[in-house]
Design a binder for this molecule. Structure first.
Ligand SMILES: Nc1ncnc2c1ncn2[C@@H]1O[C@H](COP(=O)(O)OP(=O)(O)OP(=O)(O)O)[C@@H](O)[C@H]1O
Length: 557
């Protein structure tokens, strides 16, 4: 994902410093054991051989070295955790912003293939995995490469044959072992990720619709399905763990085998007078310590497979093309804000039934138009087309003299307010939800629109009034109350156009009349398009149009 590497430039120095510190910590760890072997063996030999030998062995140098490496290891590890993880967290932040910026223009049409839970999973855990590629994959492999060279070079300064043995052992564990488990790891990670995203998507849907499952007495069946899916996921994870354990076990065997070979070579060199006795444990302990940098590599290989897969999934999610508004902007709409449809045809992607079939309609600014038609005929789809969420298959759609396909949703949002059927209450207070539409609205304006939406009495009946918490965790509004809140929100925006999708559904006749009268009084000069099945609403409109078989017909004509 090319954009990711550009993004990481902002945190690149942190990542580089993290790598530097990780290498320092690993070298210090190696140095600590390397010198400890020398110090312990030298001190022991000096103790056995008496005072003369004790004087001959310079204990100060290795002792100082041991202290230095011990301190350096602690400090470097501490700083590495801070710097590298800070860098990785910043990377996650950049990545999430990057992904969000690419996903947002695709909504809603470009994201219909993804279930909500799956999309959330991609946005949260896939971005995590991709950003963790640095700490979990790049850092361990690069540290092993850099430190492997350093360790072999240090060994070569003491005993070349031991350096060769160490190099062979490190290459086997650092290259051959991860490469050998690579293919199987990729496959198992793929299987696990597929199951995981399936479970995530289903879990989100189940939790959202828990009530329905209980009403249908399907909750226990659902739980049984979960158990099956979870055990399949556990099976895939177990296999991955077993593979990683096998690779680690192999590395441990090679580590001890290398240490044994180094011991034999060092003993030979001692006998040949090329090494002192104290240097034998130094090399053996050094060899054992050197393998610390390759031991995490099987796990890093697993993280690499997960990270690459996550990057692919993110790429796929972001790769969709926005369905509408793809042409370059040629100007903003200007008054009069008339909407003109000329021979517009439209079918939702992947469907064969035309919602609009060479349909033509003109709605003049200031007009109050009732749009009627059988359920599912395509009335609400007009909003999707107007806002460019979907592009017509043919024909032309102009708003305020500008082709709608050249407008962005945010350009239109300043001119058209929509009280939609599938209105969503965000978790927050009633006031928060209203202010979402007009953040600068005054108290007087809020109470004005609540009045028009026939909600004043309801809000006054709440102990906390507009401060009442609503949304998922708060007070649930009835269908009619929620719809009126949507109307209040739309009214608050004071735009030249107001689109009302079934505004009076679920209301009794008296409230319906009062609501429509208040809207008309307040929006006498506003263009109103009211999609409705309720005939009682139609007398409030200047004109009524019926949508049928993909075309618009004057009602009664
Ligand atoms: N996102 C979508 N993807 C595919 N098909 C869709 C989508 N949204 C709506 N449809 C289909 O398009 C047709 C028109 O739907 P629309 O919601 O516009 O009808 P409507 O006239 O507003 O219905 P109602 O009066 O019941 O609200 C329906 O057959 C519906 O199933």
């Amino acid at each position: 994902m090319s954009g990711f590497s550009r993004l990481s430039a902002a945190v690149r120095w942190r990542l580089a410093m993290g790598l530097g510190l990780a290498c320092v910590a690993a070298v210090a760890s190696f140095g600590l054991l390397f010198l400890s072997g020398w110090l312990l063996a030298g001190a022991a030999a000096a103790g056995l051989a008496g005072v003369g030998a004790a004087r001959a062995f310079n204990i100060v140098l290795p002792a100082t070295g041991v202290r230095f490496f011990a301190m350096a290891r602690i400090l470097a590890r501490y700083l590495e955790r801070i710097v590298a993880h800070d860098g990785a967290l910043r990377l996650t932040g950049h990545l999430r912003t990057w992904v969000y910026a690419r996903l947002a223009p695709l909504a809603p049409a470009g994201l219909t293939d993804l279930q909500g839970g799956d999309l959330l999973g991609r946005f949260v855990s896939d971005t995590d995995k991709v950003a963790a590629y640095y700490t979990d994959v790049a850092l361990p492999f690069l540290r092993a490469l850099v430190c492997g060279f350093v360790f072999v070079a240090v060994f070569a300064c003491v005993l070349q044959s031991a350096a060769l043995a160490l190099a062979a052992g490190l290459l086997f564990c650092g290259l051959l072992v991860p490469a050998t488990i690579g293919h199987a790891t990729d496959k198992l990670v793929q299987v696990g990720a597929k199951k995981q995203s399936h479970i995530q998507a289903e879990l989100a849907e189940t939790l959202q619709n828990m009530g329905e499952y209980l009403l249908l007495d399907a909750a226990s069946g659902r739980a049984a399905q979960w158990q099956v899916q979870q055990s399949e996921l556990d099976g895939a994870r177990w296999k991955l763990d077993a593979l990683e354990g096998l690779a680690r076990g192999l590395i441990t065997i090679v580590t001890f085998a290398t240490a044994l070979v180094v011991l034999m070579l060092a003993t030979q060199a001692y006998r040949a007078g090329q090494l002192s006795a104290a240097e034998i444990p130094m090399l053996v302990l050094g060899a054992l310590a050197a393998f610390d940098v390759v031991t995490p590599l099987p796990l890093a290989r697993q993280a690499a497979a997960g990270g690459r897969l996550a990057a692919k999934r993110l790429e796929a999610a972001c790769a969709g093309q926005p369905q509408g508004n793809t042409m370059p902007a040629v100007g903003l709409p200007s008054a009069p804000y008339d909407l003109v449809l000329q021979n517009v045809s439209f079918a939702y992607p992947g469907t064969v039934t035309s919602v609009l079939d060479h349909a033509s309609l003109t709605i003049r600014q200031g007009e109050h138009l009732g749009l009627v038609g059988p359920s599912g005929v395509g009335k609400s789809s007009l909003i999707n087309l107007l806002f460019g969420f979907y592009a017509p298959c043919g024909g032309r759609m102009m708003f305020g003299g500008v082709d709608v396909s050249t407008l962005r949703a945010e350009d239109l949002a300043g001119l058209v307010s929509v009280a939609a059927q599938d209105f969503h209450l965000f978790a927050g207070t009633l006031r928060d939800n209203l202010l979402l539409a007009a953040p600068d609205a005054t108290e007087a304006e809020l109470s004005d629109v609540l009045d028009a939406a026939q909600l004043t009495q309801f809000v006054q009946s709440l102990p906390e009034g507009l401060q009442t918490w609503v949304g998922n965790d708060g007070l649930r509004l009835s269908g009619g109350q929620a719809r009126r809140l949507a109307v209040a929100q739309a009214l608050l925006r004071n735009t030249p156009w107001l689109v009302l999708d079934e505004p009076t559904e679920g209301l009794d006749a008296q409230v319906e009349q009062a609501l429509m009268a208040a809207i008309i009084q307040r929006c006498a000069n506003t263009t109103i398009v009211c999609m409705t099945h309720r005939t009682a609403v139609l007398p409030f409109m200047h004109r009524v149009v019926r949508l049928e078989d993909g075309r618009f017909y004057p009602e009664g004509g």
